[in-house]
Design a protein around this ligand. Structure first.
Ligand SMILES: Cc1ncc(COP(=O)(O)O)c(C=O)c1O
Length: 417
């Protein structure tokens, strides 16, 4: 068993055993106390927080850039790495088997799709590159996208335009997004008989939330393929690809899923797999695994992805999404009350993601404020794009209101200095 291109066995019972094993492994410092209500409000978030290894006093508000794996994931990763060093032959077989029989099915279930529709990637960038490379297009064919795409998403399309003479329309979109109706109108108006694909983010780098289901339906009604960049969505809230109805989806799992760095997923819907042909693809097997990068990969890391998914599912994605929404609502409310701050993110839950908030401070650049906060051990990012010179704060479920208060107090000191 060299790597995960062999068996297509789903292994439901072994998956259950794996999840149970991980849940049991968590029990010592358990995420949920026995008998604890399973509602979002009933979760003991301070116990959840204890699973993170961040240095005392440091505040991390940047999972939109790189997630911070909790202790069970870090421990599993070190165990995997150690076993690869102690017994390379045996460990490679064992980890490969775990990836095939447990990690792939749990990743597919996590995203609401069939295991034969997911390919492991290194990151979202690799999946997005494959999508732009592999959709069959000829000179003059048109692709619709928006002005808010991440460079990892838009560059492969621009390159394809240069290489193959396709036309890529980057439809200007305001930030914050105006209304669902206006997004659908702006994009809907640009379809022509030459349109072959529609590509956009579920959640943009700056936290705008697109109406994915409606946009994919718009494409489908016109016989157009839909491709979604989910790098900023998976792990932040529940994501059900079957329900969203997209043909292609790429995401990084080392952001909001908190998996080890170097984990991503490419989803290719079964019905479109035969027409999809990225440069990397092999001729077999007859499912999405043939879109995976061939060759040796990080067995320890990919196996560790299973532990990250189990950690999130043990808490529950609904509760994570609700907790994230509450934290970002709190942050937005506080930011809106500061006279020197211009909150950019919409306060409407339909237009703004539950985890990413951006704001500007006139007279202070986003990069300057990011650096100032970083000096005080507060990790955020800047968002100098989409017409903004902003700071980006990513609140994930392990963050607290106290951390938000402290961040805003330091921010005010920086502004006054
Ligand atoms: C919207 C979006 N797409 C794609 C990416 C690329 O992710 P990665 O660097 O993990 O490939 C990012 C990274 O921040 C992103 O924000």
């Amino acid at each position: 068993m060299v790597e995960d291109r062999g068996s297509a066995r789903t292994g439901r019972s072994s998956r259950r055993r794996f999840l149970e094993g991980t849940v049991a492994a968590l029990a010592g410092s358990s995420v949920l106390a026995e008998g604890e209500p399973r509602s979002d409000a009933g979760t003991d978030w301070s116990r959840v927080r204890k699973q993170f290894l961040l240095k005392p006093g440091a505040i991390y508000l940047n999972c939109a850039s790189i997630g911070v794996p909790p202790a069970p994931v870090v421990d599993a990763l070190s165990r995997n790495r150690r076993s690869m060093a102690v017994d390379p032959v045996g460990a490679k077989v064992r980890l490969s088997r775990r990836i095939i029989e447990q990690v792939r099915p749990s990743l597919a279930e996590f995203l609401g799709v069939d295991p034969r529709e997911v390919a492991f990637t290194q990151n979202a960038s690799q999946g997005l590159q494959s999508i732009a490379d592999g959709i069959p297009l000829k000179r003059g064919d048109e692709v619709l996208t928006t002005s808010h795409e991440h460079p990892a998403g838009i560059r492969p399309w621009r390159r394809r335009a240069q290489r193959d003479g396709i036309v890529v329309h980057e439809i200007p979109m305001p930030s914050p997004l105006p209304s669902k109706e206006e997004i659908l109108e702006r994009i809907g108006a640009r379809f022509t008989p030459r349109t072959r694909a529609l590509f956009f983010c579920q959640v943009t780098r700056g936290g705008l939330l697109n109406p994915v289901k409606e946009l994919c339906a718009l494409a489908r009604e016109r016989g157009v393929l839909s491709a979604v960049d989910g790098a900023q969505a998976v792990g932040m809230m529940p994501v059900d690809l079957r329900d969203l109805g997209c043909d292609f989806f790429a995401a990084s799992l080392h952001k909001w899923v908190l998996a080890p760095a170097g984990t991503g997923v490419l989803h290719v819907r079964r019905d479109v797999q035969n027409q999809f042909s990225p440069g990397l693809a092999l001729e077999e097997p007859a499912d999405a695994r043939r879109f995976q990068m061939p060759g040796t990969f990080g067995y320890s890391v990919r196996a560790g992805l299973g532990d990250a998914i189990a950690f999130l599912r043990n808490i529950g994605l609904e509760r994570i999404g609700a907790r994230n929404r509450r934290l970002s609502d709190y942050l937005k409310e506080k930011l809106a009350s500061l006279p020197s701050v211009r909150l950019i993110s919409s306060r409407s839950p339909g237009l703004s993601s539950p985890g990413i908030t951006i704001f500007e401070v006139p007279g202070h650049g986003g990069m300057e404020l990011r650096a100032g906060l970083q000096e005080r051990d507060i990790g955020v990012d800047d968002h100098v794009r989409d017409g903004h010179d902003a700071v980006r704060i990513a609140t994930h479920f392990f963050n607290t209101r106290a951390e938000i208060d402290r961040t805003l107090s330091v921010l005010q000191d920086l502004i006054r200095a």
